[in-house]
Design a protein around this ligand. Sequence first.
Ligand code: ADP
Ligand code: MG
Length: 143
Amino acid sequence: MSIERTFSIIKPDAVKKNAIGGVVARLEEGGLRVVASRMVRLTEQQARAFYAVHKDRPFYGDLVKLMTEGPVVVQVLEGENAVLKNREIMGATNPEKADGGTIRKLFGTNIERNAVHGSDAPETAAQEIAFFFSGSELATLQR
Ligand code: ADP
Ligand code: MG
């Protein structure tokens, strides 16, 4: 077990549902702590770059559109095995298939508008954190 960091986005659909608090409550109840957080409106260019890994998937255009349709909350989460833990608390990509009590089951709408993003590995977590937060900004947030 090791203390790890992961990256999370509360997507526009969940922000619109007034579920920021509900999402964060589940993350905190699950043992994660928010160590950085900011509300932003992604530009199309930012969304395209952030999801570049999916650029050849049929849903890429729709994904960019939904990620830019309203403000999001970008967060850095910390805890034991944070990457996997966050994925567990989020639930499956498709909210219909997500386990009861998971964020996507509770707050997701469909496979596209599924409430949250979470890094899938420690390496991608580091890249995604750096996409939104500088090292110096993170340093000022130390407790
Ligand atoms: P996850 O967010 O669970 O890591 P992926 O990385 O596979 O899932 O996909 C990124 C995002 O793209 C998903 O969260 C969802 O918003 C969207 N997405 C994934 N698969 C599909 C699909 N089959 N149809 C439409 N949108 C999808
Ligand atoms: Mg993913």
